[in-house]
Ligand binder design. Structure first.
Ligand code: FES
Length: 149
């Protein structure tokens, strides 16, 4: 019987080597994907979903006349006010130093931090605020108050 110049590995040794190669390959693939995925998302960001985070819908019956509430819209606080004849949505972040404003009724919005005041159009009516509050368009669709950014 002729002996080979290279020793032949046992089948058990081959199985262990194959398993380790497969394991190392899998670990390398997962590691590479975890490094490349953020880069991929940076270069090709996901498209914004229509009607997703860029809008808020509040059932009309959940807001009585004279009520207000702060809702998140694209991560920003928005003050929604329902009055007798209209619904208003304004940025709830005061333009002075960013405190959350509150609706006091009678068309007056107040900032609790340094007493800036605004009207229902967002215009500054008093205090240190340098700019008006940002206005958001409001629609009533299918019994819901829809605010879009
Ligand atoms: S933060 Fe609103 S008045 Fe200063």
């Amino acid at each position: 019987m002729e002996e080979s110049a290279f020793p032949m590995p046992s089948s058990r040794h081959d199985t262990r080597r194959s398993f380790l190669s497969l394991l190392l390959g899998t670990v390398a693939a997962v590691f590479s994907a975890s490094l490349l995925y953020p880069l991929f998302r940076f270069v090709w960001p996901p498209a914004a979903k229509p009607g997703g985070e860029g809008s808020v819908a509040i059932p009309v019956e959940d807001m009585l006349v004279g009520q207000s509430r702060v809702v998140p819209l694209r991560g920003e606080p928005v003050l929604v006010i329902r009055e007798e004849t209209k619904v208003v949505a304004l940025s709830a972040a005061c333009t002075h130093l960013g405190c959350i404003v509150k609706y006091k009724g009678g068309g007056v919005i107040l900032c609790p931090c340094h007493e800036a005041s605004f009207d229902l159009n967002g215009n500054v009516t008093g205090g240190p605020a340098p700019r008006p509050l940002t206005y958001y368009p409001v629609r009533i669709v299918g019994g819901k108050i829809v605010i879009e950014s």
